[in-house]
Design a protein around this ligand. Structure first.
Ligand code: PGA
Length: 247
C-alpha cells in the first residue's frame, strides 16, 4: 500500500479556456496536498493551459499518446516527447473509450507504454471488463490479458487503473467486494509476472463521486481514484480529495 492516495480527474472531451481557468483557480486553493496527490488529465489542446495555471504541486496529464515514437508525418498525432516538452507528468493509456472507439489493443498499448516510459511520463494503464464479460465470468481473464503488456517493465514507474466498463459514466459503481477482489487479483497478478519485490499502484475508476469516494478509497489495494464525470466540477472533485484528507 502507498502512503499518499492519488485522485486523478479525467476530463475526457470537456472544457474550454474560461471554465478551465476557473476550475484551476479553485483547485489551486486546496491545502491538503501533503496527504493526497491530485492530477488532471486534460484534452491535449488544453495541456499547456493546465501546465501554466495549475499549482506546481499538482500533476497535469494527457489522455492519450501516439503509438509512433518519432516526430514526422503522422497527422493529428502527439508524441510522448511532445508531452514531455509540455511538462506532462502522466498519461492515461488504454482507456475503455479508446479501446472501444479507436480499436486500441495490447499491441498498440505496448508501444505507447514504452514511449511514455522513455520520456519519464507515468503511464496510467486502464484495464477492465465489459458487462458481458463479467456476466460470463471472464473478468479476470480479460484483465490478466490487459495487464500482460507490463511484462518486463518497472512497475514503480507505472500506475494501473481498474475501470469496469459497465461502471464508467453509468452511475453503477462496482460493489466493495467486486473492487476488492479485482484489486487483489491485479496486485497478485503483477507480483506473479514480475516478482514478489515489485510495487504497483492501482486506482479504481467508474462512477466515483463525492458520495461513494470515502467507501471506495478505504478498500484494500485501492491506492486512489480515476474520476471522470465528477471531476468536471472543481468543488465535487475537491470534495472527493477531502474525504481522505480531512482538509
Ligand atoms: P466516470 O468515468 O467517473 O464518469 O465513470 C471514469 C473514467 O472513465 O475514467
Amino acid at each position: 500500500m502507498w502512503q499518499k492516495k492519488w485522485i486523478i480527474g479525467n476530463w475526457k472531451m470537456n472544457g474550454c479556456l474560461k471554465d478551465n481557468a476557473q476550475f484551476l483557480s479553485t483547485l489551486n486553493a486546496f491545502d491538503g496536498k501533503d496527504n493526497v496527490h491530485l492530477g488532471i488529465a486534460a484534452p491535449s489542446i488544453y495541456l499547456h493551459q493546465v501546465r501554466e495555471q495549475i499549482n506546481p504541486s499538482f500533476w497535469s496529464g494527457a489522455q492519450d499518446v501516439s503509438r509512433f515514437a518519432d516526430v514526422g508525418a503522422y497527422t493529428g498525432e502527439i508524441s510522448a516527447s511532445m508531452l514531455r516538452d509540455c511538462g506532462v507528468h502522466f498519461c492515461l493509456i488504454g482507456h475503455s473509450e479508446r479501446r472501444q472507439y479507436f480499436a486500441e489493443d495490447e499491441n498498440i498499448l505496448h508501444l505507447k507504454i514504452h514511449h511514455l516510459l522513455q520520456e519519464n511520463i507515468v503511464p496510467i494503464l486502464c484495464v477492465g471488463e465489459t458487462a458481458y464479460e463479467r456476466e460470463n465470468g471472464q473478468e479476470k481473464t480479460v484483465v490478466k490479458k490487459q495487464l500482460s503488456i507490463l511484462q518486463g517493465l518497472d512497475t514503480n514507474k507505472i500506475c494501473v487503473a481498474y475501470e469496469p466498463v459497465w461502471a464508467i459514466g453509468s452511475g453503477q459503481v462496482a460493489s466493495v467486494e467486486q473492487i476488492e477482489q479485482m484489486h487483489t487479483f491485479i496486485y497478485q497478478q503483477i507480483l506473479s509476472m514480475l516478482g514478489e519485490s515489485v510495487s504497483i499502484r492501482s486506482l479504481y475508476g467508474g462512477s466515483v463521486n463525492d458520495k461513494n469516494a470515502d467507501t471506495i478509497l478505504s478498500i484494500p489495494y485501492v491506492d486512489g481514484a480515476l474520476v471522470g464525470g465528477a471531476s468536471l466540477k472543481a468543488d465535487t472533485f475537491l470534495y472527493i480529495a477531502r474525504t481522505i484528507t480531512g482538509y
